[in-house]
Design a protein around this ligand. Structure first.
Ligand code: FMN
Length: 77
């Protein structure tokens, strides 16, 4: 049985990452999973140029961000 491929992505604003993930999933025949935070990001939350924005606080604080949804049968992948 061939290896199973999962393309998991988080696309915050422009959809570029989503397009890239969809392209990779299409090329590889992989399953695709969108990572959606339980608490949605506002525009200022994802302002990565602002050191005090939520995204930077989470990155620096190494905070695990709760995500909604789950990958079915992840263990059997
Ligand atoms: C949390 C966050 C961090 C980012 N950090 C960088 C960075 O370090 N350097 C950079 O060139 N762009 C950075 N960007 C810009 C993204 O790479 C760019 O906006 C991309 O198009 C996002 O695609 P998306 O909207 O599909 O997620 C960041 C964007 C976000 C949301």
């Amino acid at each position: 049985m061939g290896d199973k491929i999962l393309v998991a992505y988080f696309s915050a604003e422009t959809g570029r990452t989503r397009k890239a993930a969809e392209g990779i999933a299409k090329l590889t025949g992989g399953d695709i999973f969108e990572i959606k935070p339980v608490e949605e990001y506002t525009k200022s939350d994802i302002n990565w140029k602002n050191p005090f924005s939520r995204c930077n606080k989470e990155k620096i604080g190494k905070k695990d961000v709760p995500v909604s949804g789950k990958i079915e049968n992840f263990g059997s992948l």
